[in-house]
Design a protein around this ligand. Structure first.
Ligand code: TMP
Ligand code: ASP
Length: 237
């Protein structure tokens, strides 16, 4: 597979063309941002961990019937993926109150929900990724009714799979963000990444935060937290 020109550089990843028009290479960086890019920093080794972790989890989800963009890990930081056009929705599934949910609704962090919640944000940096509902997404032509149904179904299955897996690793899956894309034939697949950048992961015994909240909230021990969840995952997979 021939790596060609860089197509895009995001906050945490770069995307390159390949000699196959249906395939891209993503390269994971150590750069970290929060609050819509307002806070910037580096988490040393993050790119390597997120690449590996996301690939392992996507392979597991494929086995559970969720189509993903994953094709092949090429190196420590690089992965071959199917080219998609991203559905401009950030899909957030929550099992426990935290972050913006706690703030918005005045609920203490750590309150466990009877059943998981799902919400959507419009993936648009200029607007600050505003929260929207399915009818807004339809009105804005961000996705079709059928696509939204598929995305919800996949997202809850991803939650069940990941929750069970992380539980076996002694980690509580609090919430996470997913992105989906369309292949050239219109098939909806899970895209982007699944990593401590995009999930809240708490130690099941101590409640210690093992994710990007350590960076967002200046809690220290950021690199150690990423290394710890990676260690638990590889010990178990
Ligand atoms: P929130 O509580 O800040 O809305 O975040 C919910 C989940 O989504 C949390 O696991 C972190 C993840 N997330 C992202 O992956 N990217 C983002 O830009 C934001 C705001 C949250
Ligand atoms: N990565 C996002 C940003 O920079 C936010 C986050 O993950 O908290 O805006």
């Amino acid at each position: 597979m021939e790596k060609r020109e860089q197509l895009y550089e995001g906050k945490a990843k770069k995307v390159f063309a390949t000699d196959d028009p249906e395939l891209l290479i993503v390269s994971y960086k150590d750069d970290a941002t929060a609050f819509n890019g307002l806070k910037k920093g580096t988490i040393v080794g993050k790119g390597v961990i997120n690449n590996k972790m996301s690939n392992l989890l996507m392979q597991r989800l494929e086995k559970a019937g969720i189509p993903t963009h994953y094709v092949e890990e090429l190196s420590e930081r690089e992965t071959l993926v199917k080219k998609v056009s991203i559905v401009p929705l950030e899909v957030i599934v929550r099992n426990i109150a935290a972050g913006s949910f706690s703030k918005r609704y005045g609920v203490e962090e750590g309150v466990v929900f009877d059943s998981p919640t799902i919400e959507f944000s419009y993936k648009n940096d200029e607007l600050g990724d505003p929260l929207l509902d399915e009818y807004h997404a339809l009105a804005l032509h961000l996705a079709t009714f059928e696509e939204i149904e598929t995305i919800k179904k996949y997202s809850f299955t991803v939650n069940e799979q990941l929750k069970a897996f992380w539980r076996e690793c002694g980690v509580t899956l609090v919430d996470f963000k997913l992105e989906f894309g369309r292949l050239s034939d219109g098939t909806v697949v899970l895209a982007d990444e699944i990593s401590p950048d995009t999930c809240r992961l708490w130690d099941s015994k101590t409640g210690e935060k093992l994710d990007k909240d350590r960076f967002r909230r200046d809690l220290g021990g950021v690199e150690d937290a990423y290394a710890e969840v990676m260690k638990r995952l590889t010990a178990h997979i």
